[in-house]
Design a binder for this molecule. Structure first.
Ligand SMILES: NC(=O)c1ccc[n+]([C@@H]2O[C@H](COP(=O)([O-])OP(=O)(O)OC[C@H]3O[C@@H](n4cnc5c(N)ncnc54)[C@H](OP(=O)(O)O)[C@@H]3O)[C@@H](O)[C@H]2O)c1
Length: 348
């Protein structure tokens, strides 16, 4: 990683570097591609929606690939912003204006842009797997703002045939504080988990795998640069769906799986009281339909287009959910130990 104020050319500019995905991507670069020069800039160092600031960053750093992890992701706040033009502007700056500014800068400087989007660009139920050719029908303000960001890249791409951009639509990300895994376990341990949607289907995906996707595709962009007959298959620019392998699942089943994993792990540690709480919460958890209308129901992403072109180095989603459960319990147990209220005390 390079210093934010340094004047030197870098391989990669990572924007939104202090967000959950941004941090995972920075970690993955440091871990698997330590020789690449990466400028990882959070919003305080680079506001990606500010044309002048982005222009200055390009002049100073001359990145060859930009990975944009910047976004406004608070779905409820985005929806509430529908009635407030100043608040709506904040959402649109992050999700539509920033990708547009970055796309223009990349097109002008010959850099590739890797950008992330979401299953919220679709709405409605049904059970079909969503492909990239399906016409988007964005869900709510957040979905519309993210679709506007995609459209901005496509527009710049039409004007600049050599501009390379990859948009990865992700869904149900977990593996950071406040994610679905933590919410389910927190609620169950507090005795307030009774219902979960059974009509919302998709596949959870970890920040870790999404970060691997960003790093692997960045490496390809760098390897393919200028090569006429590259051994590496160049991924055509455009939109791709990405989820970890594994069957689609609904939120109710996923929550039950999380609770079951948590119960086993706690029992193995001798935390029998908490383990029993999770086991019972899983058993009594009831399904409900459209309880939370703020989320799309059919989040089944067909990922065949991307997997036909490259294999992302990741396991099936079950593995990462287990890891998120483990991480949550470790931080929880550590917190409980610090408060001298450990489950071991209970057992004693
Ligand atoms: N979270 C999910 O479940 C999920 C699912 C599907 C797709 N995605 C997509 O994955 C990507 C990453 O999401 P995430 O979960 O990592 O979000 P996140 O944790 O909310 O991080 C977003 C980061 O972007 C920063 N940011 C906002 N506006 C910016 C600007 N104008 N310039 C520079 N940085 C800016 C934010 O900074 P501040 O905190 O200072 O505002 C924050 O650090 C997004 O494109 C999102 O749409 C997420």
């Amino acid at each position: 990683m390079i210093d934010a104020n340094e004047r030197m050319s870098v391989d990669v500019l990572l924007t939104g570097a202090n967000g959950r995905l941004g941090e995972a991507v920075a970690r993955e670069f440091a871990h698997t591609a330590p020789t690449l020069r990466v400028a990882a800039l959070g919003r305080s160092l680079l506001d990606a929606a500010e044309q002048e600031a982005v222009h200055e960053a390009f002049s100073r750093l001359a990145p060859r690939v930009v990975v944009n992890a910047a976004a406004f992701t608070d779905v409820a706040a985005a929806q509430a912003a529908a009635r407030n033009s100043a608040a709506l502007d904040v959402v649109m700056r992050a999700n539509a204006r920033a990708p547009e500014v970055l796309a223009q800068a990349c097109a002008a400087h010959g850099a590739s842009l890797i950008h992330f989007s979401t299953d919220y660009v679709f709405s409605g139920g049904g059970s079909r797997m969503r492909t990239e050719v399906e016409k988007p029908r964005p869900f709510g303000v957040y979905g519309r703002s993210k679709r506007a960001g995609e459209a901005a890249l496509e527009h710049v791409g039409r004007q600049n045939p050599t501009f390379r951009y990859l948009i990865f639509r992700l869904s149900w990300l977990h593996g950071a504080p406040g994610d679905f895994v933590s919410k389910v376990l927190d609620a169950a341990l507090a005795g307030r988990l009774s219902r979960m949607r059974n009509d919302q289907w998709g596949r959870p995906t970890s920040y870790e795998s999404a970060a691997k996707l960003a790093v692997q595709t960045t490496q390809r962009e760098l390897m393919n640069e200028g090569a006429q007959n590259s051994l590496h298959v160049t991924i055509p620019r455009g939109i791709y769906h990405f989820a970890e392998p594994g069957p689609v699942v609904n939120r109710l089943r996923l929550a039950k799986l999380i609770l079951g994993m948590g119960a086993v792990k706690l029992a193995e540690r001798g935390c029998l009281f908490e383990s029993e709480m999770l086991r019972r919460a899983g058993e009594s958890l009831q399904g409900c339909r459209m309880h939370d209308r703020a989320r799309p129901a059919n989040c089944r992403l067909n990922c065949g287009k991307l997997s036909g072109l490259m294999a992302i180095d990741c396991f099936s989603w079950n593995y990462y959910v287990d890891k998120s459960v483990e991480n949550f319990l470790q931080s929880r147990l550590l917190g409980m130990e610090e408060a001298s209220d450990t489950c071991l005390d209970k057992e004693n």
